[in-house]
Design a binder for this molecule. Sequence first.
Ligand SMILES: [Zn+2]
Length: 185
Amino acid sequence: MTKFSGVPAYYPDKEAIELLLRASTTGHLVLSTFHIKTAPTTFTQFREYGIRGEAVASELKAIIAQRLVRRLCASCREPDDRPASLQTLIDHKFEVAAGGALYRASRQGCPACHHTGYRGRRMVYELLRMTPAVRQLIEADAPISRIAAAAFQGSYRRMWHHALELVAEGVTSLDEIHANVPEEV
Ligand SMILES: [Zn+2]
């Protein structure tokens, strides 16, 4: 039977990570949070601590990386007609309807959003699954870019892509995701 352990450490150090790894080898399901840029860069952090891929590859189930982006205020959002904005979506193979669902925050806002242009937040995320190919690359301490390429195929999209979906739906703005969501590995 799998035992469950919650871990109250938000920024575990090397010793804490080693402890978590030991717990995971004894039949506990260990959940932990890390302060990282994207899911694959978890391994950059491990390597900086001198923790080799082979020590984590067999026990790790998955990594979810998430960020919050602000939602545009539906009462005062304005069409984003900047050519560069549309081009960004086209470059990422998004279809934007004629007339567009592409919006940016109103500079002066409105009473509904306390004049900020934004109301509420949405999570954007990416899920790194441990497929056999990903596991092999982690064991071999392969470059992070190769781990990322293997992990994000098919329907497994990057956090940046998820954020762009919200832009294409008019939920948030390109300005907001440029400021809060990392584009690279
Ligand atoms: Zn508003």
